[in-house]
Design a protein around this ligand. Structure first.
Ligand code: RB5
Length: 147
């Protein structure tokens, strides 16, 4: 069974609940890292919690906040995380195939539930192509290239 971590802040809570329910119904093992209410909270706390789990378990994760921006900024501070803020299915498709993204970020104030479900499906149904893309990913680390 495929294990997926999911987390949100207060602004992403409703969409996170819908995605988690959908993934559960489709047979995924969903690890919900919170939040569990719409009480105002700080998105970096949730992003860091999920990213530690995704790095440790080498699985995929989904982060939802209002815009998706704050979550992606926080997640990409983690060296093992490649987080992609996606607003289209093609973004999610390429994020997996070319960028080997392991965290999908969504903005609940940007993307409606139906499109979000399609983006999640594209993210989960595609995988990394390797080859030249692996070389490029290895160059993402700031000290990997020439200055
Ligand atoms: C919360 O109001 C909002 O700032 C947050 O969800 C997110 O959009 C930040 O990037």
């Amino acid at each position: 069974m495929r294990r997926i971590h999911i987390a949100s802040d207060h602004a992403g809570f409703v969409l996170k609940q819908a995605l988690a329910r959908h993934l559960n119904e489709r047979g995924c093992e969903v690890a919900d890292d919170g939040v569990f209410t719409e009480e105002s909270c700080d998105y970096p706390v949730m992003a860091h919690k999920l990213c530690h789990a995704v790095a440790r378990e080498e699985c995929l994760g989904i982060l939802v906040c209002g815009s998706g921006l704050g979550m992606s900024m926080a997640a990409n501070r983690h060296p093992e995380i490649r987080a992609a803020l996606c607003t289209t299915e093609l973004h999610a498709n390429l994020a997996r195939r070319h960028n080997n993204a392991n965290v999908l970020c969504l903005g609940a104030r940007i993307t409606g539930v139906e499109l979000a479900l399609a983006i999640v499906a594209a993210f989960l149904n595609n995988s990394f192509e390797g080859g030249r893309h692996a070389r490029r990913i290895s160059l993402l680390a700031p000290l990997a290239g020439n200055r």
